[in-house]
Write a protein that binds this ligand. Sequence first.
Ligand SMILES: Nc1ncnc2c1ncn2[C@@H]1O[C@H](COP(=O)(O)OP(=O)(O)O)[C@@H](O)[C@H]1O
Ligand code: SF4
Ligand SMILES: [Mg+2]
Length: 343
Amino acid sequence: MRNSPNEILRVEDLTVEFPTDDGVVHAVRGVSYALHEREVLGIVGESGSGKSVSSLAVMGLLPRGARVRGRILYRGEDVLKLPARRRRALRGGKIGMIFQDPMTALNPVHTIGDQLAEAVLAHGLVPRRQALARAKEMLDLVGIPQAEARLRSYPHEFSGGMRQRAMIAMAVINSPDVIIADEPTTALDVTVQAQILEKLLEVKDAVNAAIVLITHDLGVVAGTAHRVLVMYAGKPVEIGDTDTVFYRPRMPYTAGLLGSMPSLETSGGRLRPIGGAPPSLINLPPGCPFSPRCPLADGTCTAEEPGLAEAGEGGHLAACHHWRDVAAAPDPTALFRTESEAV
Ligand SMILES: Nc1ncnc2c1ncn2[C@@H]1O[C@H](COP(=O)(O)OP(=O)(O)O)[C@@H](O)[C@H]1O
Ligand code: SF4
Ligand SMILES: [Mg+2]
């Protein structure tokens, strides 16, 4: 496949396995995507679907013992083959990251200013005074009032929302061109979530970065992502432009997610949760991993796992043997009946 000129990150057939005493955990089973300059790519899926593990693989932060296969190309260069020193330079330099819990990334015994300055000093030869000035500039950018004074605060003196703003500042302080944000608003109060998300997107634009926005919440990607990749049991099961995926889902799992989302027009105002739970990643069921929960499952589904295939225009891909039936349904979310609808 020819890479387009403004492509920054390309993940090809990424596989991650964890050997454990109970067996091999197939956490990521063939993830591929491309990220272009300034693009917002949403990665969505239930807890345990491999979202974090696939992004940790991109960052080179997987625990020892993890088995990684596939290719991760940053501007055409395979990150998995880079020497450790160059990989570290990429991480926190050209690729910034934001995690769900800022306390795992912020050091409680150092001031916010020192940590931000350290992030600058780790990636370039600048005087410390200049690094601190940059730190202040970043706190201003993320909307922390009295930035100068706040440089001397410790993380515990910040509220959850302020800490996440500080994390955003840290992620962009070296002007990355990719930000990987893993559930950046999940740990926050609902009232603060929207503000932080808005700030993240504003800051991303200010530094001209692209972003991989990882979330279990379709609502987060609805108004923000250009494209969406839906993950299930370690695999992408649907990918396409956000509007296409929202209004013309082709994979029943995506339809199920949409139907279980509050206040979406396509669900007719009715919440229809997907019954059951995701499969064990040690013992996957034969065929399609969604078949135990899928209202359209039949013998074909349990016999063979569907691959991602074209299911519409504009690079819309879905992994489902029966995507045409989903396409033909007037309201795909109605494939999942609520108890009151069942006869
Ligand atoms: N270090 C590890 N060892 C064994 N299994 C792991 C490890 N890290 C993650 N997993 C498993 O990999 C799967 C995917 O995890 P994760 O990517 O964190 O899911 P998500 O971020 O989508 O909630 C889960 O089943 C999880 O239990
Ligand atoms: S392949 Fe079959 S079981 Fe899997 S999502 Fe499609 S219809 Fe459902
Ligand atoms: Mg996660």
